[in-house]
Design a protein around this ligand. Sequence first.
Ligand code: SF4
Length: 83
Amino acid sequence: MSEHYKFNPNPKCEYFPCHKGVPEEEFNCLFCYCPLYLLGEECGGNFSYASGIKDCSGCTKPHDKDSYDFIMSKMHLIFRRQD
Ligand code: SF4
């Protein structure tokens, strides 16, 4: 496997795995705090709302095996906001 920079598991973390639905051997901790949160409804993830607050507890997008490519595909939306 190449492109090791895309996958950074941390099984020694006391919260690992912090989300259900991703096999532990595929669980990517690189985006522990999702950089797409600030995009609100544009993030493309599986969020819900709890008491009016965006709730990402059911989303595995930053942690699954395609997480790096997914996050990078959305970064242009963050940069656009900083113009
Ligand atoms: S964790 Fe999922 S729902 Fe929450 S901001 Fe990231 S992609 Fe969107």
